[in-house]
Write a protein that binds this ligand. Structure first.
Ligand code: AMP
Length: 406
């Protein structure tokens, strides 16, 4: 690889950060960056996207539009991203112009479920039994290895359960392949997990690592519903989860924040579900509950500064605000949030409401996370989300993804 024209060095306030993708992660990163005196320019097809609303500039273009990405690179000192669904060849070209963090080698490994799973196997990290599926014949062969029930997941661009189909019986094979419209996929065993956990950490240019308190996640219809942190786990489980995160980030040579989603089995064993090479929904609690938010941490890492202290100042529960809450045509009753002194409302400024779309979140700050969780469930009801989440269920068939992860 040619050395970037703009040399990698420690960038101080005044430097400009380019963000590929203008969703809520980019938005909260931009707020943190601008607070510290950095400038931000975002690339997104929508000039009014959540990140553009709080940035110094926007380049309008799709994430696979190389010419637009080069225009962004010409204006900035370093490039980062708010989604892993940026083609790695676009990143490779940008790397000849400007430092890109995380780099294309990280994205190439992670954005395809197959290469991600092969990478995890090479590291010897446990995951659900899986097999590659690119045809009806391969699916039949995969049945010999992967027990049912299983989930067929598209290799690229899936998120929040989109691009996934559950297969309970072999007779459903044809329908499952049709639902994914022939996309390359992997078949994965449905895991009877006790709970889902995530490790959020950051790795700096010099290889230092800061690890946040472990998060415990509840999903509803494949979309994250609540996160509690710190997760009430044993010191052993925490250490095992952290070791997995550190091994992954170090081996990849990742720079920036990274999340590793884990399934905890009834016997306590941890399986890796997936890796996100960026700030993460289950790390939103850090913005308010920790000494350094994941967004400031990511900025520090990508500009080459030392990492901030990740320790928590208080316990917290995050409640996601999903588009379904707007289903009666109007916004949820926000007074129910403001009446709670420990609650912090975050809205992402999205211009379209859709079921399942992440519109914002509420953070409930409380050292007693059982109390915060009960409060989050009550609040979820009051905002119109229906009854509290049931214990985790294996995924149902879901539609193909239509847009990059948001
Ligand atoms: P993913 O987009 O692959 O992270 O899947 C979204 C959610 O679906 C996960 O957070 C789990 O709740 C559920 N899920 C995904 N894969 C599995 C699996 N192999 N076994 C059980 N649940 C799963």
């Amino acid at each position: 690889m040619t050395a970037p024209v703009k040399a990698a060095r420690r960038l101080g306030p005044g430097a400009c950060i380019g963000v590929l993708g203008g969703g809520q992660l980019g938005r909260m990163m931009a707020v943190a960056a601008r607070r510290m005196g950095y400038r931000v320019v975002v690339l997104d097809p929508n000039p009014r996207c959540p990140t553009a609303q709080v940035s110094d500039g926007v380049v309008v273009g799709a994430l696979d539009d190389l010419e637009a990405a080069e225009r962004l690179a010409a204006q900035v000192d370093v490039v980062t991203l708010d989604t892993e669904h940026v083609p790695s060849d676009v990143l490779e070209t940008l790397e000849t112009l400007v430092p890109v963090r995380p780099g294309s080698q990280v994205l190439r490994t992670i954005q395809d479920r197959l290469t991600q799973k092969q990478f995890l196997d090479r590291l010897g990290l446990p995951q659900a039994t899986w097999a590659k599926v690119s045809s009806a014949e391969e699916l039949q062969a995969a049945f010999a290895k992967v027990p049912r029930p299983a989930i067929l997941k598209v290799r690229r661009a899936g998120y929040d359960g989109k691009g996934q189909v559950r297969i309970n019986h072999d007779t459903e094979a044809e329908g499952a392949l049709a639902a994914l419209r022939g996309a390359d996929a992997v078949l994965e065993q449905v895991v009877p997990f006790r709970r889902e956990l995530s490790v959020i950490l950051a790795r700096s240019v010099s290889g230092d690592i800061a690890i946040y308190p472990l998060a415990e996640n509840d999903h509803r219809r494949h979309v994250l519903h609540t996160t509690r942190a710190p997760a009430p786990v044993s010191a052993e489980t925490r250490a095992a989860a952290e070791a997995i995160g550190v091994q992954i980030a170090t081996t990849l040579g990742h720079i920036g924040v990274m999340a590793v989603e884990l399934f905890e089995l009834p016997d306590g064993q941890l399986l890796v579900n997936e890796i996100a090479p960026r700030t993460h929904n289950s790390g939103h609690y850090t913005y308010g509950a920790c000494m350094t938010s994941q967004f400031e941490q990511h900025v520090r890492a990508v500009v080459g500064q030392p990492l901030g202290d990740p320790r928590s100042l208080t316990g917290a529960v995050m409640l996601n605000l999903i588009g379904d809450l707007w289903s009666r045509g109007k916004a949820p009753p926000w007074d129910e949030v403001f009446v709670l002194p420990e609650a912090r409302l975050h809205l992402y400024g999205k211009d379209g409401v859709a079921p399942g779309r992440k519109m914002g979140h509420v953070l409930l700050l409380d050292d007693d996370t059982d109390r915060a969780l009960a409060r989050a469930r009550q609040l979820s009801d009051k905002l119109g989300a229906g009854p509290p989440p049931e214990p985790p269920e294996p995924p149902e068939p879901a539609a193909l993804p239509e847009a990059p992860a948001r």
